[in-house]
Design a protein around this ligand. Structure first.
Ligand SMILES: Cc1cc2nc3c(=O)[nH]c(=O)nc-3n(C[C@H](O)[C@H](O)[C@H](O)COP(=O)(O)O)c2cc1C
Length: 219
């Protein structure tokens, strides 16, 4: 268990570019839910994960997110609803497809839903509150990986299906930001191509906007 007010002892040490946090952030990658097996985080570890996920930038202290821990028996119950909604929309679907829909939330041993829950706040427009929910999801992913587990952030169609969201207790103003699937990777994931920094970063200086390749040389 982690107190939400524990000391911040992590400080960057000048001259030491690499540390385990940087290493993790440079190499972390998602693992498909079907490749996530037991063991899952323990109850104490889940509490730590949720403590970390709720320690994110949050303009105006809006607390615009909440979490639903979906245990396997809950995933089974929700699976029946997902399958029923799917059959209503696809009455001719083959049994194997319906079974796959029923198993959506049973692929990984633990699923944590992040609920984006924006509300009126004098400081934080809705966009900022939604972004804060994204930060919660990212912190959850990183923390799960730092504990030695693997994870994947999915939404999939049922995250947007109101027939299903009522069962999870979402209000009309709330949305699913993601279902974070967590477990132990049974396969090491291949990395995927990442964008080149030159394509997504520019430098802004006295002459205005310039390509990023100047940025590292000319500060
Ligand atoms: C908000 C959000 C929703 C996502 N939903 C899905 C999804 O429904 N299905 C899917 O295959 N990937 C989805 N992804 C992408 C997966 O998380 C993907 O595996 C991941 O982006 C891989 O990148 P990484 O290895 O850097 O984590 C979603 C990502 C985000 C941020």
């Amino acid at each position: 268990m982690v107190s939400s007010t524990h000391d911040t002892t992590f400080l960057a040490t000048p001259g030491h570019q690499m540390n385990p946090t940087i290493e993790l952030l440079l190499t972390r990658r998602s693992v498909a839910p079907r490749l996530l097996a037991a063991p899952a985080p323990t109850p104490d570890e889940i509490e730590t994960l949720l403590t970390i996920a709720s320690r994110v930038p949050d303009h105006g202290r809006a607390v615009p997110w909440r979490f639903i821990v979906i245990a396997p028996d809950g995933g089974a119950r929700l699976g029946d609803l997902i399958a029923a909604a799917f059959v209503a929309d696809h009455p001719d679907a083959p049994a194997a497809t319906i079974d796959a829909e029923r198993g959506r939330l049973l692929r990984a041993p633990l699923v944590i839903a992040i609920v984006s829950s924006p509300h009126e706040n004098p400081k934080a427009p809705e966009l900022e509150q939604i972004l804060s929910a994204g930060a919660a999801g990212m912190s959850l992913l990183i923390a799960a990986n730092a504990m030695g587990y693997a994870a994947n952030w999915h939404t999939e169609w049922y995250a947007y299906d109101r027939r299903f969201l009522g069962e999870l207790g979402l209000t009309d103003q709330e949305r699913i930001a993601g279902f974070v699937h967590i477990g132990t990777a049974i396969e090491r994931p291949q990395d995927r191509p990442r964008p080149a920094l030159d394509d997504i970063v520019v430098r802004y200086g006295a002459d205005g906007v310039a390509p990023f390749d100047n940025a590292l040389r000319t500060r």
